[in-house]
Design a protein around this ligand. Structure first.
Ligand code: DC
Length: 231
């Protein structure tokens, strides 16, 4: 645990809430680091799948993740995920990783390893972190905490429109399939014992259903100004 919480904006919320776009927009405006913590769980999951590990064997999963060389760029203009020297930015958004990531991220030893990595990636000069447990576990003292949400319908259409929703389905069934997958992951991510998806008590709740990303970015920047993080 770092001795003092650096300038951190914690952005938590479920998939499709608009976190990534908003977090990158805020980090770009401020010239801060951007840490996509979900990507660290996805890279770890890819390592576990490639090792052929039984997902229900928590010790084996943790052992693979301990030995994995997980690398993440913190440049909001060039988010890049690597496993060793390999650029895995595309493959970690695919259906295999998306189907397995909730199981891998539920393993407490995996979380503890990756939370250390995420704190390290945040550095000390200002960072926007997006995830599920930033305000509750990674940086519980973050001066700005936002919990971003949107209606299930809006979240499913956004993920379907992204083209990287992590499911395969015929076009006419895409939104329904994405919607079912989001509901499955919400259930797993919210019900796990270790750091479940939940809003910190002191988080500001924003609903992005009727707001575009630029408007949410402005709200978050206003919160950062109110907290004295930026001028
Ligand atoms: O944000 P995402 O969809 O890329 O996240 C992938 C998975 O990683 C998500 O289903 C839950 C997990 N996750 C987590 O447990 N804690 C985080 N801080 C970020 C993601």
């Amino acid at each position: 645990m770092p001795t003092a919480t650096p300038s951190v904006i914690a952005l938590d919320g479920p998939s499709g809430s608009g976190k990534s776009t908003v977090a990158r927009g805020v980090a770009t405006t401020l010239g801060w680091r951007y840490v996509d913590t979900g990507a660290t769980y996805r890279i770890a999951t890819l390592a576990v799948l490639r090792a052929g590990t039984d997902l229900s064997d928590a010790d084996a999963v943790a052992a693979v993740v301990t030995g994995a060389d997980i690398r993440l760029s913190t440049d909001p203009a060039r988010p890049c995920a690597e496993l060793g020297a390999e650029d895995v930015s595309a493959v970690i958004r695919g259906p295999e990783v998306t189907a397995a990531v909730s199981a891998v991220s539920a393993v407490p030893a995996v979380r503890s390893l990756l939370v250390d990595l995420q704190r390290h990636l945040a550095g000390v000069d200002g960072a926007v972190l997006e995830g599920r447990d930033i305000g509750t576990a990674v940086f519980p003292d973050a001066p700005v905490k936002v919990y971003l949400d949107a209606s299930p319908e809006v979240r499913a259409s956004r993920r379907a429109a992204d083209g990287d929703a992590g499911v395969t389905a015929p076009a006419e069934h895409l939104v329904a399939t994405v919607s079912a997958d989001l509901a499955r992951r919400d259930r797993l991510d919210s019900s796990r014992a270790a750091s479940p998806l939940s809003a910190a008590d002191d988080a500001v709740h924003l609903d992005s259903s009727a707001l575009d990303a630029a408007a949410v970015v402005q709200r978050v920047l206003a919160l950062a100004r109110d907290a004295g993080l930026v001028e």
